[in-house]
Design a protein around this ligand. Structure first.
Ligand code: R1P
Length: 266
C-alpha cells in the first residue's frame, strides 16, 4: 500500500482529473494508442515503484486521454509473472488504478486458440478463466483496503459488459468468439500433451497473462471485460512453430477490429 501510494502521489502531481475507465494493451496491441487523443503520456520509468517492461511488443507508458469521447487510461505494456516479477508487481498498476479512482477495466491479450473452430485473427470475449499459474496475487496477508480475504470469483467478468460487447460486435459485423481463457506461467510454450489437457479441462484460448489481473480487480470490486486476439492455433495437429514475432504481428493486424469493438463498447 505504501508503494502504491507513492505512485498515486506522483500521478496526482501530473494529472488533474483521473478517468474512470482503463484499458490494458496486450502483446502487439499498442496500436490502440493511436486512436487516443492523448493528453498525457507518462513513462513507467518515471513512476515510483513501477516495474519495467521486458517483453517485445509491449510499450512502457501510461496514456491518459480521450477515446471517442470517453476519458481513458491506457496501460501500454503489462507485466507477466514469467518475467520474474512477484505477483504483487504484476498487479501493482491495477492497485494504483483502484486508488486513483478507476471503476472499470478492459483487459486485452494475445492468446493461442485451443478451440478447433477458432481462426487466427479472431477475437474472443473471455467469459470465464482457469488459473494454471503457480500462485496468485492474493497470497499472503490480505489488504483489507483493497478487498476481502476470500473474494467471490463466480462471475469474474461483468455480465452486463459481456452482453454489450456481443451487441457491439453484431452492430459492427465483427466475428466475436466467446470462451474460457487459461492462464499459464510461461514463458515456455505448451507441449502437445499440455495443449490436449488444456482443451479437455475446458479452455478455448491459452496465454501467460490476464489471470492475475482479473483476480486483483475482482478482489477490488472493479468491473472487468477481457478480450483475446487469437494469434496462433494451439492445436496439436496444426500448431506451427511458435514465434513471439508472429504473435505480435498477428495481434497488430487484428488490433484494428479490436479497437473498433472497444470504442463501441465504451
Ligand atoms: O498476454 P499478452 O501480454 O498479450 O502476451 C502474450 O504473448 C506472449 C507470447 O507471445 C505472452 O506474454 C502471452 O501472454
Amino acid at each position: 500500500m505504501i508503494k502504491e501510494q507513492a505512485a498515486v502521489d506522483f500521478l496526482k502531481s501530473q494529472i488533474i482529473e483521473f478517468p474512470e475507465t482503463a484499458i490494458i494493451l496486450g502483446s502487439g496491441l499498442g496500436g490502440l494508442v493511436d486512436e487516443i487523443d492523448i493528453e498525457k503520456r507518462i513513462p513507467y520509468s518515471e513512476i515510483p515503484h513501477f516495474p519495467v517492461v521486458t517483453v517485445e511488443g509491449h510499450g512502457g507508458d501510461l496514456i491518459f486521454g480521450d477515446l471517442e469521447g470517453v476519458a481513458v487510461l491506457a496501460m501500454n505494456g503489462r507485466f507477466h509473472y514469467y518475467e520474474g516479477y512477484d505477483m504483487a508487481d504484476v498487479v501493482f498498476p491495477l492497485r494504483v488504478m483502484k486508488l486513483i479512482g478507476i471503476k472499470r477495466l478492459v483487459i486485452t491479450n494475445a492468446a493461442g486458440g485451443l478451440n478447433e473452430d477458432f481462426e487466427v485473427g479472431d477475437l474472443m470475449l473471455i467469459e470465464d478463466m482457469i488459473s494454471l499459474l503457480p500462485e496468485n496475487p492474493l497470497r499472503g496477508k490480505n489488504s483489507e483496503e483493497f478487498g476481502p480475504r476470500f473474494p467471490d470469483m463466480s462471475e469474474p467478468f461483468d455480465l452486463d459488459w459481456l452482453e454489450k460487447a456481443k451487441s457491439a460486435a453484431i452492430r459492427l459485423g465483427v466475428k466475436l468468439r466467446t470462451g474460457t481463457y487459461i492462464g499459464l506461467q510461461g514463458p515456455k510454450l505448451e507441449t502437445k500433451a499440455e495443449i490436449r489437457y488444456c482443451r479437455i479441462i475446458g479452455g478455448d484460448a491459452v496465454g501467460m497473462s490476464t489471470v492475475p489481473e482479473v483476480i486483483a480487480v475482482n478482489h477490488m470490486g472493479l468491473k472487468v471485460l477481457g478480450i483475446s486476439v487469437i494469434t496462433n492455433e494451439s492445436i496439436p495437429k496444426v500448431a506451427k512453430e511458435f514465434t513471439h514475432a508472429d504473435v505480435v504481428a498477428t495481434a497488430n493486424k487484428a488490433g484494428k477490429k479490436l479497437v473498433e469493438l472497444v470504442k463501441n463498447i465504451l
